[in-house]
Structure formats: structure tokens, C-alpha cells
Design a protein around this ligand. Structure first.
Ligand code: ACO
Length: 324
């Protein structure tokens, strides 16, 4: 039986940084309101780079770090809710940009849980024994989906990309997973609604922009997610103390504080960087992981046990416990 292992991590964000004060120039908001409720102080917003451009930077960095040629890559999975186009996929664009001619590529849509769902999927491809290595990338340009006249949602998000190289390994690194969807609550966070349009159908309305019931999402995050984490840790025969770090989706510092309390772990175990990026949806966990590797918190030598936990639109939520 084949196993998979994360062997490289990389991230990239567009150069332009927009602070809370910058936002207060274009809407009725303030640094005090945003940072006290969310922890967010600034975010990267793209000027011209697209989602596939951001993902390409990550893919190139992963190849450079590994010393592998692009031809050695068997697959590329991109988690995104902000693709350049539905067709070709973001993964196909990245495959062309890096010249990974032997790789198949596809996008996955599970909103902020996208990276965790994609990583769980990639692990199965490698477990099948059919593929040796793949790139799993979360890449987003959420700025293009925001209604910038809606101060309650537009201040929360940012653009960026992060990803990992996943390779076959003789030893088990992916210890446990749980993935969840509750479509019945999907209406509390929506984006990119495309209405019907043809000479043979009734036209229905479009709603391009992200819309969110902030309170409902907050409650979902602090109720359902810690419960699922506790369940998974128990099912894996572990205790929460066995986790060296918990990499949680970077939506909001208040959500992280509440989760830490519910899980009985100190905030020291929950790296956070939404202060500098905002919520980058599927990119948030790999960007955080990459920063943690850069800071030396994560050694990537198989000696640490971490949890990846993401939650978002769908509603979706998912957890992976990984030896990293
Ligand atoms: N600046 C100033 N005032 C604002 C802003 C803003 N940017 N946005 C809203 N307000 C106002 C509201 O209009 C309201 O005013 P009113 O009382 O006069 O009507 C007031 O602030 C309070 O609004 P609330 O919605 O009650 O504020 P709350 O304390 O609930 O915080 C927030 C809102 C931050 C969105 C919170 O609900 C939250 O964190 N929700 C989670 C949402 C989230 O993280 N979503 C990310 C996407 S999903 C995901 O990644 C999981």
C-alpha cells in the first residue's frame, strides 16, 4: 500500500497591500471596527495577476524547492472558488504555465474547505499507487467576487495562493480525516450564482457577488467545527495534547479564540496570520503552513503531528490529522 507525504510547501501573495485605513477611505468603516471584530489589519489585493498567475508562482516555487522537473508531476489539483474561467480550469492553466505535460489537472470547489478536501483527494490518488507525486494548490482572487459597497463582507477577504508537493512515501503520514457537507445551510454563504439563460428557458437572476450571513457563519464555525475536531481526534485514538499545532482556516481571530477554548488548547498551538492576509478562502491554510515552515515552527521532517481544519461555504468543513 502506498502512502503520501507533504514534502514541500510554498505560498505567494500579490504585492499590493490594502490596510484597514485604506478601506476606510472608500467605505464607512474603521481599523478599530475591523481589527477588534476580526483580527484583520491588512490584506493583499491583486492589481493584475489572476488566480492562475498566483497558483503558477506557487507551483514554480514548489518545483524549485524540490529540484524536480515539471514533467515529474503526475497531477495538479487546484482548490478555488475564484477560477480565471470554468474552462479551462485553473489547474489546466497552471499545468500549461509550468510545462507539466505529464500531469492531469482539475479544480475543486469546496469554498474555504477547498484545500483540505483537495489534499484528502490527492492523498487517495497517491494511495491508489497510480500516481507518485502531485501539486495541491489553494489559489484565490476573492477581490473580484466582493461587493465593495457592502462593508460587512468586503473587509474580511484577501487574495493569495499556497500549496504543497505531495509525494509517495513508505510510511503513513495522513493519520485521520473527516470531511463534511451540509447543503441545507448553504444559503448563509453564497457567491457566483449563474442564472439560466437561453431562448428555451425562463431567465433567472444572477448574483455574482459573495453574500454572507455573518452571524450564522460565526455560529456554525464555533459549534460544528470543534465538535468534529474532537470526534476525529478521539476516533484516531489520540488526545488533543498529541497535536503539536492546529492549522485552522484563517477567517477571524475571534473564531480561533472560541475554538481554542472549546478544544482546551492554548492559542500558542494555533498559528494565525489573518492579520496580514484577511480570509483567503482555500489559500488560507497553505499560506499559513508555508509561513510556519519559513519561521521554523514546522520542520517538515515527519516529527510533528498537526491538524488541518477548514470550514466555509457549502456549508463544508473538514479535518485532517497529518504527520508532517
Ligand atoms: N465597519 C463598520 N461597521 C460595520 C462594518 C464595517 N466593516 N460591517 C458591519 N458594520 C456594522 C453593522 O452595520 C452593524 O451596525 P448596526 O448595529 O448599526 O446595524 C454593526 O456593525 C454590528 O454588526 P454585526 O453584524 O452585529 O457585527 P458582529 O459583531 O456580528 O461582527 C462579523 C460581524 C465580523 C462579520 C461577524 O459576524 C463574523 O465574524 N462572522 C463570521 C463571518 C466570517 O468570518 N466569514 C468569512 C467567510 S466564511 C468562512 O471563511 C468560514
Amino acid at each position: 500500500m502506498a502512502f503520501s507525504k507533504i514534502t514541500q510547501v510554498a505560498a505567494y501573495a500579490p504585492e499590493q497591500i490594502i490596510s484597514n485605513d485604506d478601506l476606510s477611505q472608500i467605505m464607512d468603516t474603521s481599523d478599530e471596527w475591523i481589527s477588534s471584530r476580526t483580527g484583520i489589519r491588512e490584506r493583499h489585493i491583486t492589481r493584475e495577476e489572476t488566480t492562475s498567475d498566483l497558483g503558477t508562482q506557487v507551483a514554480q516555487q514548489l518545483l524549485k524547492q524540490s529540484g524536480l522537473s515539471a514533467q515529474a508531476i503526475d497531477f495538479i489539483i487546484v482548490a478555488t472558488i475564484t477560477p480565471d474561467s470554468l474552462m479551462p480550469s485553473t489547474a489546466a492553466r497552471i499545468q500549461a504555465n509550468i510545462g507539466a505535460s505529464n500531469a492531469f489537472g482539475m479544480d475543486m470547489t469546496a469554498a474555504c474547505s477547498g484545500f483540505v478536501f483537495a489534499l484528502a483527494t490527492a492523498d487517495k490518488f497517491i494511495q491508489s499507487g497510480l500516481y507518485q507525486r502531485g501539486l495541491v494548490i489553494g489559489a484565490e482572487t476573492l477581490s473580484k467576487t466582493l461587493d465593495w459597497s457592502d462593508r460587512s463582507s468586503s473587509v474580511l477577504f484577501g487574495d493569495g495562493a499556497g500549496g504543497v508537493l505531495l509525494e509517495a512515501s513508505d510510511t503513513k503520514h495522513f493519520l485521520a480525516e473527516s470531511l463534511h457537507t451540509d447543503g441545507s445551510r448553504g444559503g448563509s454563504l453564497t457567491s457566483g450564482l449563474v442564472g439560466l439563460s437561453s431562448p428555451f428557458s425562463d431567465t433567472t437572476s444572477d448574483e455574482k457577488y459573495l453574500q454572507m450571513d455573518g452571524r450564522a457563519i460565526f455560529d456554525f464555525a464555533i459549534r460544528d467545527v470543534p465538535k468534529s475536531i474532537k470526534q476525529l481526534v478521539a476516533d484516531a485514538g489520540l488526545s488533543i495534547e498529541d497535536l503539536d499545532y492546529l492549522f485552522l482556516h484563517q477567517a477571524n481571530i475571534r473564531i480561533l479564540n472560541k475554538m481554542a477554548k472549546k478544544l482546551g488548547v492554548s492559542m500558542e498551538k494555533l498559528p494565525a496570520n489573518m492579520m496580514a492576509y484577511g480570509n483567503t478562502s482555500a489559500a488560507s491554510i497553505p499560506i499559513l503552513l508555508s509561513e510556519s515552515v519559513d519561521k521554523g515552527i514546522i520542520a517538515l521532517d515527519g516529527s510533528q503531528t498537526v491538524l488541518f481544519s477548514a470550514f466555509g461555504g457549502g456549508l463544508t468543513w473538514g479535518n485532517l490529522i497529518v504527520k508532517i
